[in-house]
Design a protein around this ligand. Structure first.
Ligand code: NAP
Length: 253
């Protein structure tokens, strides 16, 4: 259990009530950061805040739909008003979406997935860049892509396209923001045991997916949070514009 020396920093985490976002809240708070967690799920946010009550940190939370840019901008302003500045943004909120072939994917299914997984990351990243520039302290933005930001997966066209898009928007913004000392990276988890997987897939499918990783298992959200916390830290001072898989060897085939 590493800590990453994040005392004095403020971190915004979207999708912070569950899975990888919740694990990031734990790891960043344990490393000393003040935390603002955003999610659709008010009850889930309250549970995470209760889990973190032993840490010596300040907390802010907000019910935010990341696919609504006005709501995202208002929430970022509320973080500035409450916690003073923003140093870290983990643009993590995402959904799995429908499983259907590219020929059968409906407009509504496409827009639902890309609205959260692509638009939502772009809107949160944009609000974070503006907040970090205003603060003049630099910062680190970590965008949650997936191994499917690098390769395809049948029946997941919108998800795969959105995650490839997340890698692209990360690379562009990293160049645009380097002079402001704002580093921007994308993380590419393999298949991770979270409600996103557990609620949608049966055990047989989970076992098949586990076998597609060199380590022959699914990942844990806390393992992804370790990479996120490193990218957030000053130890990652030369890391920007890069896609970092954390995938148990999934992409190494
Ligand atoms: P999760 O356990 O379902 O957590 C995602 C959280 O985001 C949920 O609390 C969800 O709320 C929230 N959320 C959904 N739509 C939102 C919106 N429009 N605005 C704000 N919050 C929203 O999923 P996870 O597995 O931790 O996934 C987190 C991220 O990692 C996603 O971007 C996902 O694509 C990515 N990822 C996951 C895996 C994996 O295998 N689990 C692998 C690669 C990448 P509700 O529960 O109320 O919908």
């Amino acid at each position: 259990m590493n800590t990453y020396g994040l005392g004095g920093k403020v971190a915004v985490i979207t999708g912070g009530a569950s899975g990888i976002g919740r694990a990031c809240a734990h790891t960043l708070a344990r490393s000393g950061a003040d935390i603002s967690i955003w999610d659709l799920d008010r009850g889930g946010l309250d549970l995470v805040i209760k889990e973190l009550e032993d840490y010596d940190y300040r907390v802010h939370s907000a019910v935010v739909d990341v696919s609504d840019s006005a709501v995202v901008d208002a929430a970022m302003q509320d973080v500035l008003d409450t916690l003073g500045h923003v140093d870290i943004a983990v643009c993590n909120a995402g959904i799995g979406g429908a499983a259907a072939s590219s020929a059968d994917y409906t407009d509504e299914q496409w827009r639902q997935v890309t609205g959260v997984n692509l638009d939502g990351v772009f809107f949160t990243q944009r609000a974070a860049i503006r907040a970090m520039r205003h603060g003049g302290r630099g910062g680190s933005i970590i965008n949650m892509a997936s191994v499917l930001g690098s390769v395809g997966f049948a029946s997941a066209s919108a998800y795969t396209a959105a995650k490839h898009g997340v890698v692209g928007l990360t690379q562009v913004a990293a160049w645009e923001c380097a002079a402001d000392q704002i580093r921007i990276n994308a993380v590419g988890p393999g298949f991770i045991r979270t409600p996103l997987l557990d609620d949608n897939l049966d055990q047989e499918t989970l076992d098949v997916l586990a076998g597609q990783h060199a380590l022959q298992r699914l990942g844990e959200a806390a393992e992804v949070a370790e990479l996120v916390a490193w990218l957030a830290s000053d130890g990652a001072s030369f890391a920007t514009g890069t896609f970092y898989p954390i995938d148990g060897g999934y992409l190494a085939r």
